[in-house]
Design a protein around this ligand. Structure first.
Ligand code: T5A
Length: 228
């Protein structure tokens, strides 16, 4: 057990993970907590380089094993340099996507052999599993509409404003992803909480906070609700 708290956000494209990760961090910081917000693929200089290659629409075709190995190469660096040191220092770590994304994208939807996924997960992630995973669930079409609208209205920082290699796939694929995340949540209810991401941003944030408060109780530092 590490003293820190490890929370991940998962879900399909445009479900609102990044928005909610940022809002949760702001709320925790407002209560005086030391919070690291990070993302996958990414979070370290090397992992961000791997991200560029993985998401570039013109990256040469490659199979699910090659792809999974790249995600885990990035993840190994991220765990070593950011996540484990932060947790050891007692910080809260909020990560926008983590291993469940590999499980869903490369294994469930991508055809990666289950034993290969389990082997990589055991070797690279080992005991550094999230204490809480918030699965932001929305209809696949709504997610794509949001992702498209966001591309049209703003740049994505260092990412290309064009649809990335994953966003360009069709709606059937995105529905498969959605089912994959829901299946993980169903199989691991003690770790995962499904949040309705179709609601307005503030409502989603309230549901996220309710889940975090319930899971971590007094550790959040928020006043306990009155019962009288
Ligand atoms: N991947 C990743 C793998 O295949 N395997 C892996 O192991 C890992 C780690 C990463 C890609 O890599 C794949 C999955 C991905 O395809 P990414 O850009 O990090 O790419 O992930 P995306 O899911 O594509 O990120 P997005 O930014 O598109 O989606 P988010 O973070 O879910 O959504 P967010 O918060 O950016 O919001 C999108 C837009 O919707 C609005 C926001 O303002 C924004 O404009 N919005 C809402 N609008 C209305 N109501 C709400 N409740 C809203 N919430 C947000």
């Amino acid at each position: 057990m590490t003293p820190g708290k490890f929370i991940t956000f998962e879900g399909g494209e445009g479900s609102g993970k990044s928005t909610q990760a940022r809002l949760l961090a702001e709320r925790l910081r407002g209560l005086g907590h030391d919070v690291v917000v990070t993302r996958e693929p990414g979070g370290t200089p090397f992992a961000e380089q791997v991200r560029q290659l993985l998401l570039a629409p013109d990256t040469a075709p490659h199979g699910p094993v090659s792809e999974a190995l790249m995600f885990y190469a990035a993840r190994a660096d991220h765990l070593e340099k950011v996540i484990r040191p932060a947790l050891a220092a007692g910080r809260w770590v909020i990560c926008d996507r983590f291993s469940d994304s590999t499980d869903v994208y490369q294994s469930h939807a991508g055809g990666l052999d289950r034993a290969m996924f389990d082997m990589l997960e055991h070797a690279i992630v080992a005991a550094t599993r999230p204490s809480l995973t918030l699965v932001i669930d929305i209809d696949a079409r709504l997610g794509q509409e949001r992702a498209t609208a966001r591309r049209g209205s703003a740049s994505r920082g260092s990412d290309s404003a064009a649809a990335d290699a994953y966003e360009r796939r069709d709606i059937v694929y995105h529905e498969t992803l959605r089912r994959g995340f829901l299946a993980i949540a169903e199989a691991e209810p003690q770790r995962c909480l499904v949040i309705d991401g179709a609601k307005p941003i503030d409502n989603v944030a309230a549901a996220v906070w309710a889940g975090v408060s319930e899971r971590f109780g007094a550790d959040t530092g928020a006043a306990a609700p009155r019962t009288d």
